[in-house]
Ligand binder design. Sequence first.
Ligand code: GLU
Length: 296
Amino acid sequence: MVGRFAPSPTSALHVGNLRTALAAWLMARHAGRGFVLRVEDLDVARVAAAPEVAAGQLADLAALGLDHDGPVMVQSERLDAYAAAAAALPTYECYCTRREIAEAASAPHDDGYRPYPGTCRGLSDAERAARRPVRPPALRVAADGASVTVHDRWAGPVTGVVDDFVVRRNDGAWAYNLAVVVDDLAQGVTQVVRGDDLLSSSPRQAWLARRLGGVEPAYAHMGLVVNAAGQRLAKRDGAVTLADLARQGLDAAGVLTLLGASLGLCTTDEHVTAATLLGRFDPAAVEHGAWVWRGR
Ligand code: GLU
């Protein structure tokens, strides 16, 4: 059994990401599971803007005492694996712009996602040949409107209709939904603990895992961390990274205590280590809902 944490190295981890990482580590280690890390650096443009971020994220996890097993997987080194997976799927080229999809699609989901209406599924060879010089295609998987239910540990059953989602973007980058599934299978991940902004992606990813000959992991989606106004935590909320907080005099152990308190495992005036929190951890009792960050 293996759990994981898979940050995108676009900016330093903030207390919300660190809390999710801690919960994922506790869930894995409590059950005697392995725990692996993965750098999700497929968005070449955003990652190139801050090349040192990935190393900083790994250092922050180590500073909190969250150890991991085996080598860290790096998505930018796995392009062949994504190409092989895509080649094994029924796919088609899609020439639609965002605007065309918005105009053709039904209303967006709560999370803003617009299911693809299948516009390009039936293009003839001649139609594709005519469009190719105008716009590079994205690649979509033909999912045939499959309906999939996953069972989230905290949210319960979540059902989604799987649309023909993108597996390779039209800038040539492999899509998150493809890479995450290929890599979880390759790393033997059997438990995914992550932010609940990805809950609605889970039926899609579970479908893909099965389609690729695997089985989806057990899911446990955590509430996000919000600011005092109830909005998703962001840099503008002030000191939210380990480095920011260190400048304010709060060391990694102090941050770990705040994170542990947010999970109901300690009080804010204790001094705890990751091992202390693990000794007290009970997956049935953990406070996994949204957490309001009011600063240190
Ligand atoms: N890389 C994604 C993120 O940082 C998380 C992917 C996942 O946990 O499935 O938002």
